[in-house]
Design a protein around this ligand. Sequence first.
Ligand SMILES: O=C(CO)[C@H](O)[C@H](O)COP(=O)(O)O
Length: 222
Amino acid sequence: MASPLLISPSILASDFSRLGEEVRAIETGGADWVHLDIMDGHFVPNITFGPPVVRALRPLTKAVFDVHLMITPADPFLAEFAEAGADLITVHAEAGPHLHRSLQTIRHLGKKAGVALNPSTPESAIAYVLDMIDLVLVMSVNPGFGGQTFIPESIDKVARVKAMIGDRPIHIEVDGGVAPDTAPALVKAGADVLVAGSSVFKGGSAAVAGNIRAIRDAVARG
Ligand SMILES: O=C(CO)[C@H](O)[C@H](O)COP(=O)(O)O
């Protein structure tokens, strides 16, 4: 799918004591989506926040809420995240137990559905759900923490996912270590949504707009 580059800053790297202001800074800084990392201390070795925080942030921006569930099981919480204001809900292929059912549920809730793939998960995991998803999230770090080192093999994985999805209107999103030095190769390989935490929030709210521009400029330069 040829589509404009979308930037989805991860608030995981923001100042949680000023979360509302950080979300506003994302929007005024030129981001397209807001990436909300939900971690349960079970599927991943970290805990973040749940539907109440999504609900509290929802009135602050019209930007797409890109909710990345790193939780298992996800199904008992899908309706609550939808009601809290998620526009797009991504579940992990590894989270189980029934990926197809989770995606059906998200679509029935009237939301866009995404599937995330851990670095060790082959792209074949999405072969039988391609017609029920709006987004594939290629993890370019092991999920759980911001600020990790980008896994370069993710670039070829993006290209393989791109070949798999063909003409289907499915976004390819990449998450983990995305910065001006890694973004161009990802976009060349087929990514059209970049999640970036540390590289967007380094320097605080005042630097967000410039940091987003630096990613876009790097991609434009190739
Ligand atoms: O999903 C995530 C971690 O599981 C984060 O979104 C991701 O790591 C972004 O952080 P950074 O850009 O700092 O790597």
